[in-house]
Structures are given as structure tokens and as C-alpha cells.
Design a protein around this ligand. Structure first.
Ligand SMILES: Cc1cc2nc3c(=O)[nH]c(=O)nc-3n(C[C@H](O)[C@H](O)[C@H](O)COP(=O)(O)OP(=O)(O)OC[C@H]3O[C@@H](n4cnc5c(N)ncnc54)[C@H](O)[C@@H]3O)c2cc1C
Length: 407
């Protein structure tokens, strides 16, 4: 049994521990205030600033200190085995738009990285969802066929380069991985300046949904035409918290990582019991392997046993002789599995949100950024209705969500 590091610390956060930006201390008036300096808030801020709007991002800790700094790093439109299921439950059009939006998002992120010259270890790679269970092969073949029909770069693969036998996999070609912490620092750098701001250590304690709208920290008031609450589940206003609480639920997931000498390409995940997310990462001369999973509702079990299971798996299949990093993070899922992007509650005038990224927020934060940008500048968006945060599908899907949770 491998020893675990004494403290929980994300590998990605080792790339950033100092606040780089000031805290919000003076009152300001601008076009959009964005609460939350994770990938969702900074992506929306970046796109809005590019359209000429003056924006301010308010982050209560430091940039990327939330789930973004505790992510794995796969940027892909393949979110598990989702397409067959979406098509069956929510219809072909929803499945098609979900795929199209996320595939577009992967390319748009690549473009932003190029335009802003963000050094974030962006690397193209194929993504695989695999099974070791021969009884599931038929389901995987159908998923590949459905995704292909929806225009996605999917194929069924019988053989993978993993150190254990696999019964089959769905491959999405030419997806990507990156250091999300470095990416959001690059976005922050592009946002701050020319009348737009990034603030750290700036906890927003109240929201006013009027005309103009406003947010307050202890030391400042930011008045804006529109506000985006990009804090995952909004903590306030209370009505927004309630609106989101009936649509989404949280899960905690764990990651262990160690320096790795093996030669592994590809990004992997499996819905099988006792199989996990696998991601080889290269940063300069350093090579790491990340193993992640063991999802559960927060607060119902002891983290140690989940870390230990991941470490045992890493030792058994990848020859880990130590664990260099271990960390956990939390993300929200909508009961119908589709993120919530749009107004924070039905009668809201100027408050928007982007949440319930289903543990796939690296691509869907770009989907959210594009939709929120279009809503705020007043231009139509072909994906908005599928992701609309005010749709009723998550509420009627609560029994479906709960049945998945207790499986
Ligand atoms: C273990 C794990 C692995 C994952 N792996 C992947 C992956 O490989 N690929 C993928 O696509 N997705 C992955 N995800 C999901 C993805 O990381 C998240 O969906 C995404 O990072 C969420 O970004 P966010 O900006 O919405 O939230 P966050 O990054 O949590 O940002 C929200 C920010 O809001 C701030 N905040 C909160 N309240 C306030 C306030 N009152 N005032 C000011 N600021 C406030 C917080 O401090 C935080 O920094 C993973 C998730 C987990 C848990």
C-alpha cells in the first residue's frame, strides 16, 4: 500500500500561489461585473472585453483557486458516454447541439491560446471512454455510431495502449489537454487593463438586480449593466441559490498524481466500477500521471479511503512507487446532465449564471462564455435554448438524477 502525501494540494496550484491582482477597494461603474475568477468567469470576461465592453472580475480568493485549480485538464467534447443517452432522453437536436457547442468550444479555446500566446502546455490528444467489460461492448459501439451520426469525431476501438485488457472504447480524435491554472492566468492577464479589471481577495457579499445592477464587497460597490455569477452554485442572492438548488447537485471527486516514466499517450476515462480517469501530463521536462475519480455527494464519506483506492489502482496498473500529489475538488451536475447557462432565476433582469458543468467545465465554460456574451450584447445564439438555465427539464429529471446517484 502506497503512502499518501500528508497534505492535500493540487499539482496545478503549484503554478500559482501569490495574488497578482489587487483587491477591489474603490467604487466603479462599468458594463459587466463577473463574480468568480475560475475558468467560467474569466472566459466570459475575456469574450465580453474582446467585444469592447468594460468588465470587472471579482474573485474571493485567487485566480483558479476553486474547482478550476483542482481539475484534471482534458478539453474534449466527449463527456463520458453522453450522446446516446442525451439523444434518448432529450432528443436528437439537444444531443447534436451539445456536441456541436462543445466541439466548437475546444477549437475556440485553441484559438484564444494562440491569440493571447498563453503558455499552458496545450497539447492535442485523443480522448477515450473505455470498458473492461465485454458485456458493455454493444453499448459502446452504439455510442460511437450515435456520436458519429451527430457529426462528432468518434470511432469504436477494440485495442488500446493501456497496461490492462480493455473490451472496447469510444475514441474522440484530436481533442486536447492543458494546464487549466496557467490558462486562466493567461485569460486574467488579457482581461486586466484598458478600463477592465481583475480583482483578487474580493468576496462579493451582496447582489442588486436593478437598473443598473450592482455587487458589493466589504470595501467597494461595482455598478454594472449586467452581472454574471460564475461561482458554480450561486451563494446569493438567496432566490438564485434556491433556483439552482432545485436544478443541480454537487459531487466531490479525487485525484492522485505522481511523476511517471512510462510512455502513455491518450486521455482515458471509464464508467466501469473500479476504473478511473487517466491523464498523462507533460510540463517542460516533467512527466506526471493523474488518476482521478471516486465521485460521491460531499460530506458522506472519508477522503482517505478514496485516495487510497486511486493510489492502489495507480500502483497496480502503472507501477506508481509513490504519490506526489493528492487533491479533491467539487463540481455541480444538473439533474438532466446539461449545464445551466442563462438567467439566475426566471424574473431576473440583469443577473446571469453558468453552472452545473457536470465535471466537464473546461470545454463547457467556453460554451457558457459564448452564450452569455451573446445574451449580453443582444445577439441570437443557436445553442442558448438547449443550455437555458430556466428550462424545466432538470426539475422533471430529478428522479433520473437520483437514480444515477444511488446506483
Ligand atoms: C476532480 C475534477 C476533475 C475534473 N476534470 C475535468 C476535466 O478533465 N475536463 C473538464 O472539462 N472538466 C473537468 N472538471 C470540471 C471543471 O474543472 C469545472 O467544471 C470547472 O473548473 C468549473 O469552473 P468554474 O469557473 O465554474 O468554477 P470555479 O473554478 O470553482 O470558480 C468559481 C470561483 O468563484 C469564486 N467565488 C465563489 N464565491 C464567490 C464570491 N462570493 N465572491 C467572489 N468570488 C467567489 C471561487 O473562489 C472560485 O474561484 C473536473 C472537476 C473535478 C471536480
Amino acid at each position: 500500500m502506497l503512502n499518501l502525501p500528508d497534505t492535500e494540494a493540487s499539482y496545478w496550484k503549484s503554478f500559482y500561489d501569490l495574488p497578482l491582482y489587487p483587491s477591489s477597494r474603490v467604487d466603479l461603474k462599468l458594463e459587466v461585473a463577473i463574480v468568480g475568477g475560475g475558468i467560467a468567469g474569466l472566459t466570459a470576461a475575456y469574450l465580453l472585453k474582446k467585444s469592447g465592453l468594460k468588465v470587472a472580475v471579482l474573485e474571493k480568493n485567487t485566480i483558479g483557486s476553486g474547482t478550476t485549480g483542482g481539475t484534471t485538464g482534458k478539453v474534449t467534447a466527449q463527456h463520458g458516454l453522453i450522446y446516446q443517452d442525451l439523444q434518448k432522453r432529450l432528443g436528437e437536436q439537444t444531443a447534436r447541439i451539445y456536441g456541436e457547442a462543445n466541439l466548437t468550444a475546444v477549437e475556440r479555446i485553441a484559438q484564444v491560446i494562440k491569440d493571447e500566446n498563453i503558455q499552458c502546455d496545450w497539447q492535442r490528444d485523443d480522448n477515450y471512454v473505455y470498458t473492461v467489460d465485454p458485456k458493455k461492448v454493444n453499448k459502446f459501439q452504439k455510442e460511437a455510431a450515435t456520436a458519429m451520426r451527430l457529426g462528432l469525431p468518434a470511432t469504436f476501438e477494440a485495442n488500446l495502449n493501456l497496461p490492462f485488457e480493455v473490451a472496447g472504447a469510444v475514441k474522440f480524435a484530436n481533442q486536447a489537454k492543458f494546464n487549466a491554472q496557467k490558462y486562466v492566468l493567461g485569460l486574467a492577464k488579457a482581461v486586466h487593463g484598458q478600463g477592465s479589471y481583475v480583482f483578487e481577495n474580493s468576496n462579493v457579499i451582496s447582489f442588486h438586480d436593478g437598473q443598473p445592477a450592482a455587487v458589493r464587497t466589504k470595501q467597494s460597490k461595482i455598478t454594472a449593466k449586467n452581472i454574471i455569477v460564475a461561482t458554480k452554485m450561486p451563494a446569493s442572492p438567496l432566490v438564485a441559490r434556491f433556483a439552482c438548488a432545485i436544478m443541480e447537485y454537487p459531487t466531490t471527486s479525487y485525484i492522485v498524481a505522481a511523476r511517471f516514466k512510462g510512455d502513455l499517450n491518450g486521455m482515458y476515462i471509464s464508467p466501469d466500477k473500479d476504473h478511473y480517469s487517466i491523464l498523462p501530463v507533460t510540463s517542460g521536462k516533467e512527466k506526471l500521471l493523474l488518476i482521478g475519480g471516486e465521485n460521491h455527494i460531499p460530506g458522506i464519506s472519508s477522503p482517505t479511503k478514496h485516495y487510497q483506492r486511486l493510489a492502489d489502482y495507480a500502483e497496480k496498473h502503472f507501477g506508481f512507487s509513490s504519490v506526489d500529489y493528492r487533491w479533491k475538488a467539487m463540481d455541480y451536475l444538473a439533474y438532466d446532465d446539461v449545464p445551466l447557462i442563462g438567467k439566475v432565476y426566471p424574473w431576473s433582469r440583469h443577473l446571469y449564471t453558468a453552472t452545473a458543468f457536470h465535471k466537464w467545465g473546461l470545454s463547457t465554460s467556453m460554451v457558457a462564455g459564448i452564450i452569455l456574451h451573446d445574451m449580453i450584447v443582444g445577439q441570437p445564439n443557436p445553442w442558448a435554448s438547449v443550455f437555458n438555465s430556466m428550462r424545466l427539464k432538470p426539475i422533471v429529471s430529478i428522479p433520473y438524477g437520483i437514480s444515477k446517484l444511488i446506483k
